[in-house]
Design a protein around this ligand. Structure first.
Ligand code: APR
Length: 228
């Protein structure tokens, strides 16, 4: 069976990575527009770079949780394709091998002049750090107002799902939030989130109001019981 999974910030919450909209609308004490837009980078690049340097450094202090590990293990029995809105690398570190990052990666940077010129990056990124084209480097993150280059591939993957799973996302950011609408008719869809966003949710989506660390292993157990 081919299981396609859309994950959001809640997937990494139990690893200690803060979600975006859970804290009075602040992300690590910043308004999202202050740190995650091209305008913010143009206006105050030091602040934006420092913010992402902190997020990148935090990756060294966190580890995959039970939810990430359960999805990685699921590859032993099923084809699992993960489409994540997260910029951390916890799915990969858990062992998942097919992960598409819709909103970029913390451990990558790119030239401000050439979006295709992407480099791996593990330490701090500062003003004056330039790529092979001589242009300033910026985090390889899809900021608000920017196109989402991986969305076409994500739609194609979604269309091939035998089961679609949504984990830990408030389904407020498009186009990611509308992806599940591309599943074929009759394909089951399950949404695991302790505070699911039910606004406008399709009636065919089954909701499991639990955390990723608890809900994902439970869902996988129920799946193997059904297929016996
Ligand atoms: N397990 C699963 N889900 C959880 C957990 C948990 N332990 N804790 C919180 N959640 C859920 C919340 O209930 C919420 O629905 O995670 C969701 C997090 O929502 P957001 O913070 O809005 O994150 P997300 O949906 O991933 O945001 C999408 O917005 O800021 C941008 O680009 C950024 O990729 C991000 C996008």
């Amino acid at each position: 069976m081919r299981i396609v999974v859309l994950t959001g910030a809640g997937m990494s919450a139990e690893s200690g990575v803060m979600t975006f909209r859970g804290n009075g609308g602040l992300w690590e004490n910043h308004r999202i527009e202050e740190v995650a837009t091209p305008e913010a980078f143009a206006w105050n690049p030091e602040l934006v770079l420092r913010f992402y340097n902190q997020r990148r450094a935090q990756l060294n202090q966190v580890a995959p949780n039970a939810g990430h590990l359960a999805l990685a293990k699921l590859e032993k029995e099923h084809e699992v394709r993960i489409i994540t809105q997260n910029v951390d690398d916890l799915h990969e570190r858990a062992g998942s091998t097919q992960v598409l990052h819709l909103h970029g990666k913390l451990r990558e940077v790119r030239s401000v002049r050439n979006p295709e010129m992407v480099l791996p990056w593990t330490g701090d990124l500062n003003l004056g750090d330039t790529g092979p084209d001589g242009a300033q480097l910026r985090p390889n993150i899809v900021w608000f107002g920017e196109p989402v280059p991986a969305i076409d591939e994500a739609v194609e993957i979604t269309r091939t799902a035998d089961h679609f799973l949504i984990i830990g996302t408030s389904l407020q950011v498009y186009p990611a939030a509308s992806l599940y609408r591309y599943i074929e008719p009759g394909i089951p869809c399950t949404y695991i989130d302790p505070s699911p966003n039910r606004d406008g949710l399709d009636a065919r989506v089954r909701v499991i109001a639990k955390s990723a660390g608890e809900g994902v292993p439970e869902w996988i157990t129920s799946l193997s019981v059904q297929s016996r």
